[in-house]
Design a protein around this ligand. Structure first.
Ligand SMILES: Nc1ncnc2c1ncn2[C@@H]1O[C@H](COP(=O)(O)OP(=O)(O)OP(=O)(O)O)[C@@H](O)[C@H]1O
Length: 252
């Protein structure tokens, strides 16, 4: 595969947490290449390492072993300052908790990463990003004056405006009703179809069915992948995984 088509490379990535109870191997030697312009869902039973994988891929945490590369930037070679500024320009985040600043309007939240990176703000393009998520009329509102779904759409508008190479989403529909969740998933699909790379952690097979590929983690390992699967196929695979990873092997 030519490397310019790869947005994110995880190369033998492991992460062990050191807690008072001892060492917790949260991720064990995960290797995967995320192609540019694709939408990938990460699934797996609770505690299987999904959030850890996302945190490492986004450079919010560092692996105990292995390497994370975004485009051709090896995150392990960046110091904290360089990593923060790289994240600002190369990545967007859509989290269950929305990740917006309550003191700023929707417009200013969308413009914030560019402002922090010292770039001039293109007012028409900010408003266009808000129009694409259906919030053009609410640009002046602050997050506490918006519904959860609207706040999530502001976070997506931010990604549409600053066009970072990669968008990471952690349970982006977790706090939304089904209809609002679908709007958000459609938008994430559009972001990928426009050439950005989307990686989303989810527990919801329907959400995962919007992705091109679904990765399944169990006990810190990448144990299965599905391409172009529908919600029923994803749910079936999750059931199979949860059966084998239950302490009693699913025998009740
Ligand atoms: N800071 C930490 N210190 C110690 N152990 C941790 C820490 N963070 C996560 N873990 C452990 O690492 C493992 C993987 O956690 P992670 O949050 O990545 O799982 P997950 O698949 O995202 O789970 P969930 O679906 O419940 O959110 C779990 O056993 C968890 O208890």
């Amino acid at each position: 595969m030519p490397t310019d088509t790869i947005a994110i490379t995880l190369d033998g990535v492991s992460r062990t947490y050191h807690s008072r109870a001892g060492q917790v191997p949260a991720l064990r030697g995960v290797t995967h290449r995320f192609r540019r312009g694709t939408f990938t869902a990460v699934m797996g039973p609770s505690g299987s390492g999904k959030s850890t994988l996302l945190q490492l891929a986004a450079g919010l945490d560092r692996p105990s072993r292995g390497r994370v590369t975004i485009g051709d930037t090896d995150l392990g070679r960046l110091d904290e300052t360089a990593l923060t500024s790289f994240r600002r320009t190369a990545m967007a985040f859509v989290f269950q908790s929305y990740n917006l600043l309550d003191a700023l309007t929707a417009y200013d939240n969308v413009a914030l990463p560019a402002r922090l990176a010292g770039q001039p703000i293109d007012r028409a393009a900010v408003l266009d990003a808000l129009r694409r998520v259906g919030l053009h009329d609410l640009a002046h509102r602050r997050p506490p004056e918006l519904s959860g779904g609207q706040q999530q759409r502001v976070a997506i508008a931010r990604a549409l405006y600053s066009r970072p190479a990669v968008l990471f989403a952690d349970e982006p529909t977790g706090a939304l009703d089904r209809g609002t969740g679908r709007v958000v998933l459609h938008l994430l699909r559009e972001v990928a179809d426009d050439g950005q790379t989307v990686v989303m952690v989810t527990h919801d097979p329907l959400a995962a069915s919007y992705a091109d590929e679904v990765l399944f983690l169990a006990d810190g390992r990448l144990v299965a992948r599905l391409h172009g699967a529908d919600a029923a196929q994803v749910a079936q695979r999750m059931n199979d995984l949860e059966r084998v990873t239950e302490p009693d092997g699913g025998q009740r």
